[in-house]
Design a protein around this ligand. Structure first.
Ligand code: SF4
Ligand code: SF4
Length: 370
C-alpha cells in the first residue's frame, strides 16, 4: 500500500512551499539528514517558459532545494534534456532565477555509468549522479505523452539516460510501447527515487509532452514515496484504467507494484482531460510489423505554416527519417518507427500525429464490432 498525498495549491510561492514541505513531511522527508547528497530531478525536456507547462515549475524546484537545505542536505538540481542546452533551459524556464541565493548545484547530467537493470536489457548507461546520490527527489510534471499516454513519475526518470543515448533507446524499442514501458520501469527500479512529487498545478493536455500540448489548470501537488503510486493516483483522478498506463501494467507484471493506494487529501475526479489519440494495435507475426506500422499507426506530419526548418526534429530522430532543405521538410515513412520524439522536441509545435486512412477505417470497424 502506497500513501499518496494530494494538496491544492497555486504557484504563489509561500502557498506552494508550504504544500511542498507538508507533503515531504507526510511521506518521510525527515529522512534527509545533514550532509545527505540529494539529486533533485525535475522535468527539463527542452527550452520552454513556465506558462507553457512543459517543464517542472521553477518555484517547485526552489521549494525542493529549500527543503533539502533546511534538513542540512546538499541539493543538486540536474537533468539531461532531450533537446537544447541546459543553460538555455535554466534561463528560459526561469529556474536560474528561481534558485538565486540558494546554495544549490545546478548541472546537466552528462556522465554515465553502466548499470544492470535486468532482462532483457542488461547493462545500460545511466547518469552517475542518479546512481550515486544518497537520495533522489523526482519532480515530474503532469503531461500527456503521444507514445505513452501520460508522462508522470516513472517516465520522468528516462531523463537520467544521458542525452544522446535516449534516441538510441527509442530506436531499439521502436514502436513496441510495452517494451519501452518495461525499459522505463526497470530504470525506475534501479534508481529508486525516494520521493516523487508531481507538479500538477499547471498541467499539459492534448498532444503533449512538448509544444503541441495545451496548458490546463489543475491546481494540485501530488506526492508519494513510490512513483508508481503517484502515477496510479493520477490515473484514478483522470478516469484512466491503470492498465492503460503501460508502466503501471508492466510494474504489476514484474511484481514491483501491487496496486494498493492510500489517499491523503482530496483527489478530484477530472473526466474531461484531453488525452492523446491511442495507438493502433500492432499484432501478428513480427515479419508483418513493419508493414502494419506503415499502414496502421498514426504518422508524424509537419504543419508547414508553423515549421521554421530549425532542424531539431531531424537531429533527434533515431531512425534518420527526417530530412529538409531550405524550403521544406520531408519524413520518410518507411524509415519512421513512430516514436514521436519529433513531436516531443519541436520548439514551434509544428509536428502532429495523423491517423492513416487504413488505420482510421480499421479503428472504426473495431469500435463497431467490440
Ligand atoms: S518540424 Fe519543428 S523541429 Fe522540425 S524543423 Fe520544423 S520547426 Fe523545427
Ligand atoms: S520521424 Fe519522428 S516519429 Fe518518425 S522516427 Fe523520426 S522522430 Fe520518430
Amino acid at each position: 500500500m502506497v500513501k499518496v498525498s494530494v494538496r491544492r495549491t497555486s504557484y504563489a510561492y509561500e502557498e506552494l512551499r508550504e504544500c511542498f514541505f507538508e507533503i515531504m513531511e507526510a511521506i518521510g522527508g525527515t529522512e534527509i539528514g545533514k550532509g545527505s547528497r540529494v539529486l533533485i530531478k525535475p522535468n527539463l525536456l527542452s527550452p520552454a517558459r513556465p506558462e507553457e507547462a512543459i517543464l517542472t515549475h521553477p518555484l517547485m524546484v526552489r521549494a525542493a532545494a529549500e527543503y533539502v537545505l533546511e534538513r542540512g542536505g546538499l541539493p543538486v538540481v540536474a537533468d539531461s534534456p532531450a533537446i537544447g542546452s541546459f543553460k538555455r533551459i535554466l534561463r528560459e524556464g526561469v529556474i536560474e532565477e528561481a534558485l538565486k541565493g540558494l546554495a544549490v548545484v545546478c548541472k546537466p547530467l552528462n556522465i554515465s555509468v553502466p548499470v544492470d537493470i535486468g532482462k532483457p536489457f542488461g547493462l545500460i548507461e545511466v547518469a552517475e549522479e542518479a546512481i550515486t546520490s544518497d537520495i533522489v527527489i523526482n519532480l515530474p510534471k503532469l503531461k500527456t505523452h503521444s507514445q505513452m499516454l501520460l508522462t508522470l513519475g516513472v517516465k520522468n526518470l528516462f531523463g537520467c539516460v544521458v542525452g544522446y543515448r535516449k534516441p538510441e533507446w527509442h530506436m531499439r524499442t521502436g514502436v513496441d510501447t510495452a517494451m519501452f514501458a518495461r525499459l522505463l520501469v526497470l530504470i525506475h527500479e534501479r534508481i529508486q527515487p525516494r520521493f516523487t512529487i508531481l507538479d500538477a498545478v499547471l498541467a499539459l493536455e492534448g498532444e503533449g509532452p512538448g509544444k503541441g500540448g495545451k496548458p490546463r489548470w489543475v491546481g494540485l501537488l501530488m506526492g508519494g514515496s513510490n512513483a508508481h503510486g503517484v502515477d496510479a493516483a493520477v490515473c484514478r483522478m483522470l478516469g484512466v484504467v491503470p492498465e492503460e498506463l503501460l508502466t503501471l501494467k508492466i510494474a504489476g507484471e514484474l511484481n514491483v507494484w501491487d496496486g494498493g493506494l492510500e489517499m491523503d487529501g482530496n483527489l478530484p475526479a477530472i473526466r474531461d482531460y484531453a488525452l492523446p489519440g491511442r495507438e493502433s494495435l500492432v499484432f501478428g507475426p513480427k515479419i508483418l510489423h513493419g508493414l502494419m506500422r506503415r499502414q496502421l499507426i498514426q504518422r508524424p506530419v509537419v504543419e508547414a505554416s508553423r515549421c521554421k526548418l530549425c532542424g531539431e526534429c531531424r537531429q533527434i530522430c533515431p531512425a534518420k527519417a527526417i530530412s529538409h532543405d531550405r524550403n521544406s521538410l520531408n519524413i520518410d515513412y518507411d524509415q519512421c518507427i513512430r516514436c514521436y520524439c519529433c513531436l516531443e522536441v519541436c520548439p514551434h509545435g509544428a509536428m502532429h500525429k495523423r491517423e492513416t486512412m487504413t488505420g482510421w477505417l480499421l479503428r472504426g470497424l473495431a469500435e463497431k464490432l467490440l
